[in-house]
Structures are given as C-alpha cells and as structure tokens.
Ligand binder design. Structure first.
Ligand SMILES: Cc1ncc(C[n+]2csc(CCOP(=O)(O)OP(=O)(O)O)c2C)c(N)n1
Ligand code: SF4
Ligand SMILES: [Mg+2]
Length: 296
C-alpha cells in the first residue's frame, strides 16, 4: 500500500512485454489475443519467472516471443505433452499452452484428448481461425463443410469438429468460448481460466483475414450471445454444457460453458504433495544462460 492508500503492484505492465513484434497480417485476430493475454497476466500479477508459455507451431504460436515470461516453442501438434511435463516437474509454475485449430485438433488432437481427461492444472488457448493460417490457408479440422482452399478446390467434405465440445466431452473442467473481436471478453475468460484449478480450455474464434474470407467478424457478430446473461445457466451441469458447446448455427454461445471442481492429474501423485520435483534454477525472467552453462 502506498502513502496515498493505493495498492502497490509488484509487476508493471511492461514486465509482460518484450521488444518482439510477431509478423502477422495487419488486422489479424492474433493481435487482440496477445493483448488480452498480456492484460490478464498483468491483472493476475503473475510473476514472469514463474510463468511459461508453451505453444506449438502456427501463426498464433508466434505470440510467445512477445510475452515477457518464459516460453518454450515446441513443434506442431506436440505442445500439450511438453506443457503437461513441465507442470508435472514443477507444479508451482503457471503453465499456459496454446496452438491453432490445426495444431490442437489436427496433428495434436490425440494430446488434446488426454490432457483434458487427465485434468492437468494448466491453461490451453486455441485460436480457432478454421484454417491453417501459417501454411497459407488449407482446410483444418474446424473448417466449415464446403470451405474452398487450394487443397480442397471444390470444398472440403469433412465434418468440422467443435473444439469446446471436444474439450467438455474429453473431461476438461473449465471450457470457455470467446472471440478475438472482443478483447475485454477474452481477457475475462483468460483470467477466469487462470483462477480455475484443472485443465482450462479456451476456444478463441480468431479471425484470419487473409485466408478465411467466410468466417469473418461480420459473419459471427449476429450469431453470438453471452452465457453470462442467462442467470439460469448452471456451469457445472455437464449435460447443459454439452448442449451449449454443440450449439453452432444461427446462435453461438460465448462465455464459460462448463466449470467443475475435480481432482487434478497432479493430485493423483503423493510425490507432488510437497515441493515440486524440480525447482527452477534461474532467478530472472528469460535468464536461461545458467541452465545452458549447466548443460555444457
Ligand atoms: C510436424 C509438422 N507438420 C506440419 C507442419 C506444417 N505446419 C506448420 S503450421 C501448420 C498449420 C497451422 O495451422 P493452425 O495450427 O491452425 O495455426 P494458425 O497458423 O492457423 O494459427 C502446419 C500444417 C509442421 N511445421 N510440423
Ligand atoms: S495468415 Fe491469417 S492467421 Fe496468419 S497472420 Fe495472417 S491473418 Fe493472421
Ligand atoms: Mg488455424
């Protein structure tokens, strides 16, 4: 508390920034996700040296380098097992994984199922632009039926997956949907996920203005409604959550679709009840030199 009664914050907003500016197309929805993530980290006052971002590979995954925490850029589809391993080794860390719809529901779909059913205490953000952005716009597992691309010139014939529905079904204990068109709402969902104990999955409808000209903010704006406006909605009712997560037509719900308290993966190991298995060795954010030196 300062002399004028204000709360003294430990970390300034600039602690969560770096001087890296990801190369995204002007107008890409990833800019807003990055902003919401940094705002949420600041609001939570997470210590940057106790926080690690673990993305896969894709346009959205580039945001890791712009956040002033630790980061481990993994390979396409494999972010979740790495993130879960980090949490297991040091459960004092705030672990935030993220990857696009291709990353998390295509090549990494298997890992998504198991991270959810294990209820690992970490966050997963899925920027869902319904296309493979980085590799120039092929159809992804969430593309609409009939989505035309260079590799599906007559339109894709594959039934799309719904990330939030998959997450609820597989056992995640926090599942929310938000949109890159609403930075404040995204930040609210990320903060709610940070406060949750267990696997928290946030699907962000993220707009790829370059390769997806169909699923645009204007396309979705009239369809969205906010579950927070429904006072009767009970978040820990799984049957109700399945209905909401599956609603994908002229009405699409945003907000916390499902949230329940259940034992986490880490709770299942008495070895983790005390201190972490491995205590981090460097003291400053991004001071990785001491670890390199030890491995020489
Ligand atoms: C093992 C492997 N397979 C394929 C690729 C090529 N690749 C890189 S990003 C990507 C898809 C990106 O789409 P998505 O995950 O939806 O992320 P976005 O770029 O849309 O944010 C693919 C197929 C790769 N880098 N590694
Ligand atoms: S290709 Fe799409 S997702 Fe990638 S930076 Fe450009 S607008 Fe964003
Ligand atoms: Mg994508």
């Amino acid at each position: 508390m300062t002399s004028d009664g204000l709360v003294q914050l430990k970390f300034d907003a600039k602690e969560y920034k770096t001087n890296v500016h990801p190369e995204w197309c002007p107008g890409c929805g990833d800019f807003a996700i990055l902003k919401a993530l940094k705002n949420a980290l600041f609001e939570m006052q997470y210590d940057p040296k106790d926080t690690i971002l673990v993305p896969g590979i894709g346009c959205s995954s580039k945001m890791m380098s712009a956040v002033g925490t630790y980061g481990l850029h993994t390979i396409h589809g494999r972010a979740l097992p790495v993130a879960a391993g980090l949490k297991f080794a040091n459960h004092d860390l705030n672990v935030i994984s993220f990857g696009g719809d291709g990353d998390m529901l295509g090549i990494g779909g298997n890992h998504l199922l198991h991270a959810c059913r294990r209820n690992v205490d970490m966050i997963l953000i899925i920027p869902n632009n319904q296309t493979y952005g980085l590799t120039t716009g092929q159809a992804s597992p969430t593309s609409d039926l009939g989505f035309k691309t260079k590799t599906s010139p007559t339109g894709t014939v594959d039934q799309p997956l719904l990330p939030a529905l998959l997450a609820v079904t597989a056992g995640a204990t926090f599942v929310a949907r938000t949109t890159s068109a609403k930075t404040g709402h995204m930040q609210e969902m990320i903060e709610a996920a940070f406060k949750h104990k267990g696997m928290a999955v946030i699907e962000v409808m993220q707009f790829c203005i370059t390769f997806n000209k169909i699923n645009t903010p204007d396309y979705y704006a009239p369809r969205y409604y906010d579950l927070a406006d429904d006072m009767d909605y009970v978040k820990d009712d799984k049957d109700a959550a399945l209905v909401k997560a599956n609603q994908w037509d002229d009405k699409i719900p945003l907000g916390i679709i499902y949230q329940a308290e259940k034992p986490t993966f880490e709770d299942g190991f008495e070895q983790l009840a005390g201190k972490p298995l491995v205590v981090k060795r460097s003291s400053e954010p991004r001071d990785i030199q001491s670890i390199y030196d030890e491995l020489k």
